[in-house]
Ligand binder design. Structure first.
Ligand SMILES: NC(=O)c1ccc[n+]([C@@H]2O[C@H](COP(=O)([O-])OP(=O)(O)OC[C@H]3O[C@@H](n4cnc5c(N)ncnc54)[C@H](OP(=O)(O)O)[C@@H]3O)[C@@H](O)[C@H]2O)c1
Length: 254
């Protein structure tokens, strides 16, 4: 079952931004970041908080969630942060960002099933890096479903909309608010409207441009780019390598 999108985010649109209509009132619902005590989730939480988006920091442990809120407030003092156990965080959220290691993704989604509602948008950032099974960090694991995002789609309740994104954004670059972001975020999903909604949220973070990369099955490619960037980082000693696609039109979300 697919429901009409319930926008979690709109902002005055730039010429490439996904926010579309410009100046549409933002939803008051917070964005839940599951795994925000970790590197990527924390970076996303502080950047979204800094951009004026209310963020609920989800953790398996409410104490760790509260500690992470304190950390986030130190980094982004003007942000609006609250901390909850994952299910509670997800229940009240308009959109959910899932930022957990591959090996815990099924367990976490299983625990979240009663909390996830039809119509919610789940942005999955999971990367099937071989490192999760002590493998080489520049190798990925094959998943029966094709990608971590497709695995997520298989596990969420009917009506939860899954978009795959954020695999090529380095956690360190997000956590360091002095670092000027200037890169693309590759989005995969089976609904253009869902991707637009995800893009309107992600593009609240200054310096991130979202690019529609096709259906969710393309996530098998975009997820593997994390391994590529880890290799590039190793070879070149680059702090925060990212991806920038060229030759695209100005307006990506018309
Ligand atoms: N780090 C990056 O730069 C980056 C970039 C792109 C994509 N990714 C992908 O994004 C996801 C999150 O990456 P990350 O580097 O933020 O991961 P991380 O720091 O290892 O973990 C993120 C959070 O996941 C939660 N978690 C749930 N089950 C867990 C388990 N069994 N073991 C450890 N933590 C568990 C933890 O939060 P609680 O304990 O509070 O529940 C933890 O803080 C991964 O799939 C990664 O491949 C990472």
């Amino acid at each position: 079952m697919k429901l009409a999108p319930s926008p979690v985010a709109d902002r005055p649109a730039g010429h490439t931004a996904a926010g579309g209509g410009g100046g549409v009132a933002a939803s008051t619902r917070p964005v839940a970041v599951v795994g925000a005590s970790g590197a990527l989730g924390f970076g996303l939480a502080v950047r979204l908080g800094q951009a004026g988006t209310p963020v609920t920091i989800g953790s398996r442990d409410p104490v760790r969630a509260a500690d992470t809120v304190e950390r986030a407030r130190r980094v982004a003092p003007h942000g609006s942060f609250s901390g909850r156990e994952n299910s509670s965080a997800v229940r009240d959220a308009g959109a959910v960002i899932l930022s957990v290691p591959l090996h815990s993704q099924p367990e976490i989604l299983d625990a979240l099933r009663p909390a996830l509602r039809p119509g919610q948008l789940l942005i999955d950032a999971t990367v099937p890096l071989a490192a999760v099974v002590n493998g080489h960090p520049t190798r990925t694991l094959g998943l029966w479903q094709g990608s971590a995002a497709q695995q997520a789609l298989e596990m969420v309740p009917d009506g939860v909309r899954v978009v795959s994104a954020l695999h090529t954004v380095c956690a360190g670059s997000l956590c360091n608010l002095d670092h000027r972001l200037d890169q693309d975020v590759l989005l995969c999903g089976d609904s253009r409207a869902d991707k637009r909604e995800a893009a309107s949220l992600i593009e609240r973070i200054e310096g991130l441009r979202c690019v529609d990369c096709g259906p969710l099955e393309m996530a098998r490619v975009t997820e593997s780019l994390t391994a590529l960037l880890i290799a590039v980082k190793t070879h070149h000693g680059a702090h925060y390598p990212g991806i920038r696609l060229t030759g695209l039109p100005d307006a990506l979300w018309e």
